[in-house]
Write a new protein. Sequence first.
Length: 251
Amino acid sequence: MLLVILVTVVHLLYHQEYAETAIPNDCFAVSAATGETALPKQVCLTFDDGPSSNTQPLLDILAREKVPATFFVCAQDINQEYLPLVRTIQQQGHQVAMHSATHRYATIYRSPEAFWQDIKTLRQALEPYLSLEDLTWLRFPGGSTNTVSHKYGGSGIMKTLKAQTEEKGWHWIDWNVCGEDATASHPDADRILRNIQEDAEDLTTCVVLLHDTKATGETVKALPQIIGWFREKGYTFCTVEQLAELQSSRE
């Protein structure tokens, strides 16, 4: 598995589009080789919960900067009109990955069966726009060790879901750098950048959590500065899948 969980920092994320009001979301450290076998500095920009009206502006910036990214997408009533953008995302060289259809914790974490039904619904919604064979990566809402899921599906549900994901031959990934752009504090672009800089300090491999919902316009404003800062620090940009391939080639 790509991830080795080293540190857990709890964040309360507030998704205005969802019925949930206070959703715990955890940031985790991504494993990176050290010493003589150290990997080059890599960064994955990841965007959760879209597509939305803010997705195309983000894509325009990524295209201008020639930077690949990974989009963990949803398929809700509120973003149906933007789902065709997943085709554009993929055509522009980015990775489309699974997040959730409903993103409602009480629904998806009621049981493992409920979670996979949600993913099935998501895949069906995305099927008109890309090949389902390309959808082999997912990010669990709240992260792989979130505890809010225990309220609905018991304390062992995330362990079960991680094992079942791997049994399917799929892959899951968390993050170790968080822009906190979906928090209740509604940070501006400068604060989002500072959050990332603080989390990324001294990390060789960064998986950055950002969002492309209709409520995260400040993320669009912050993105050029985020890209510029990582470039100044000597990072190479890649998708989550590309990062996994790179790490596998070094093993």
